[in-house]
Design a protein around this ligand. Structure first.
Ligand code: ATP
Ligand code: MG
Length: 249
């Protein structure tokens, strides 16, 4: 397994504690909304979407949840790599080949073939699969909704790892497939305008924004940032540490 999985490799570190706090914030929301499918996206590249997805997924397994990661980045998905999975089969293949219907409650062979058990108990992953020539078109396939409905019965929580929203259209297609959308932004990298644009795009597509994860925040700057955000948000933030979920809706 890769060094990305800090919550597995160093469960007592402050960052792992922050990820658990993020899990708690999301769980708190889940008990109210019964949301199960979360899309994790960001404005731009390399803000930490895949990192947050993989660590958060492990955090949920540690609280006895059965978790599925779907790598919905059909252009450069790296979840298979993070979990050292050697498979070129995955989500894109399931979308292309699955023929399940609404009234069939069992996973068809194509979907089963695309889901892999990881070394972490209760954590399953559907890697991105073969990178298709037309990812956006594939994501529009109506099989997607049926597959997702079907998977909801089999897992406690499903995390969709998405591409950046301001770079390709894929995440816009994806954002109303999930019950809730979580935006990741990276301190010192994400531009304010870009975040505003992201929020607008998600809302326009009917996506339900749960909050923003402030990622890559230096631990020693934590107090300062928390004070700032509290000041500007009327104490409405969900007070957690790095990476932290901030309510913007
Ligand atoms: N909180 C963090 N602490 C340490 N390293 C991090 C953190 N978040 C992300 N990274 C690192 O930053 C790099 C980019 O992260 P990641 O691949 O998760 O970004 P991404 O938003 O999914 O990128 P892309 O837009 O290419 O899909 C990776 O090397 C990852 O290990
Ligand atoms: Mg990624």
């Amino acid at each position: 397994m890769k060094k990305d999985l800090i919550i597995h490799e160093a469960p007592k570190s402050p960052v792992s504690e922050a990820i658990r706090t993020l899990r708690t914030s999301i769980t708190y929301k889940m008990t109210k909304t019964h949301d199960k499918v979360f899309l994790i996206t960001s404005s731009s590249i390399e803000e930490g979407k895949s990192w947050v997805v993989s660590n958060l997924a492990i955090a949920f397994t540690q609280s006895k949840q059965k978790v599925l990661i779907i790598d919905a980045d059909l252009r450069k998905g790296r979840q298979a790599n993070i979990f050292s999975l050697n498979s070129s089969y995955g989500f894109s293949n399931a979308l292309d080949n699955s023929k399940i219907s609404n009234d069939n409650n069992s996973l068809d062979e194509e979907i089963q073939k695309a889901i892999f058990k990881t070394q972490i108990d209760n954590l399953f992953i559907m890697p991105s699969g073969m990178f298709p020539s037309k990812p956006s078109e594939l994501l529009e396939n109506e099989q997607f909704d049926i597959i997702l409905e079907n998977l909801k019965d089999k897992f406690d929580i499903i995390l969709l790892d998405a591409p950046p929203i301001n770079i390709v259209t894929d995440s816009m297609i994806l954002c109303n497939k999930a019950d809730s959308v979580i935006i990741v932004c990276a301190i010192g990298k994400t531009k304010r305008d870009s975040l505003v644009e992201t929020k607008k795009k998600i809302k326009n597509m009917g996506g339900n924004i749960l909050g923003v994860v402030i990622n890559k925040m230096p631990i020693d700057k934590l107090k300062e940032y928390t004070k700032d955000y509290t000041k500007y948000n009327n104490n409405k933030i969900i007070k957690i540490e790095n990476p932290k979920l901030k309510n913007i809706s």
